[in-house]
Design a protein around this ligand. Structure first.
Ligand code: BJW
Length: 243
């Protein structure tokens, strides 16, 4: 069964780790997921980073390594094909930091939780820059700070717990939803446990939008969706989007 998408429908897609699972990227909350082997407060909080930056850099370096070897899957490609049809009536807000949507060809992408293949300084205002290096032993220092006699430590360009998402991203999501004549909110591969992303479905509904979830397991906010399709996104998305 295909989703109803007409000439005036605008589609806001929210993706999570599940959409990359079929590319071999580990999710977070599965029994064999990333949070099973790593304490969230150690590797995904600013406090954890300042306590043990070497541990955090090892965690993100290993993830850089596995993402470099991965490829986009049929779910990423289906969303890319939908964007080609809808143009500006499409927006993809992803919680994933792996860049696989862009590698599939998606263009209107907001990386809500940052980008794995970028770093930034933990001290100065130097903007985030592309960086796929692995820091498995020595800690990386900020060249700009060093030029000025300082010693800022580089950190991954990731939004950790307790840190704010880019307000421009949230503003763009809000504007997109407000402008939509007929809004379809489509969440894919996300457990619905992490905010503010998990609250977008209720915003869409409050604006009169339809909401659809495609997920393997039951999500924390599942009751808020109009329709739920259970299964792998790489199989379900191509048929739901009639591609
Ligand atoms: C498949 C599949 C297949 C598998 N096909 N499906 C309101 C209430 C309560 C708490 C809060 C609140 N507002 C804010 C908070 C605090 C906090 C929060 O949400 N806590 C909760 C845990 C309770 N939020 C924050 O701190 C956020 N910041 C914030 O709100 O700032 C406010 C602020 C304002 C001003 C100043 C300062 C602060 C930041 C959240 C950052 C999240 N970061 C992480 C880690 C970093 C990124 C990284 O390292 O990669 O992002 S946490 C982790 O969870 C990661 C993910 O992006 C995120 C979501 O996980 P996701 O994608 O849902 O993955 P899983 O594994 O949980 O689920 C995968 C799903 O896919 C499963 O359901 C499977 O079934 C399914 N699946 N295979 C389809 N093939």
């Amino acid at each position: 069964m295909a989703l109803e998408i007409s000439d005036n429908t605008s589609v806001l897609v929210l993706t999570g780790a599940g959409v990359s699972a079929e590319s071999g990227i580990q999710t977070f909350r599965a029994s064999d997921g990333l949070w099973e082997k790593h304490a969230i407060e150690d590797v995904a909080s600013p406090e954890g980073f300042f306590r043990d930056p070497a541990l955090v850099w090892r965690f993100y370096s290993e993830r850089r390594r596995s993402v470099s070897a991965a490829q986009s899957n049929a779910g990423h490609l289906a969303l890319c094909a939908l964007e080609e049809e809808l143009g500006d009536r499409f927006l993809l807000a992803t919680q994933n930091v792996d860049g696989l949507h862009e590698r599939a060809g998606s263009k209107r992408v907001l990386a809500l939780h940052g980008r794995l293949m970028q770093s930034r300084c933990s001290v100065c205002e130097r903007p985030p820059f592309d960086d796929d290096a692995l820091y498995l032993s020595a800690l990386p220092m900020c060249a700009r700070c060093e030029e000025r006699g300082g010693s800022g430590l580089l950190r991954p360009h990731i939004v950790w717990f307790g840190e704010a998402l880019d307000p421009n991203h949230l503003a763009r999501v809000e504007t997109f939803m407000n402008k939509a004549e007929d809004l379809l909110f489509l969440a894919v591969g996300t457990s619905g446990h992490v905010y503010p992303a998990a609250a977008l479905v209720s915003v869409a509904r409050a604006l009169g939008g339809r909401s659809v979830l495609v997920n393997l397991d039951e999500a924390g906010n599942e009751g808020e969706f109009d329709e739920v399709f259970r299964g792998p996104s790489g199989v379900l998305l191509p048929s739901l989007l009639d591609l």
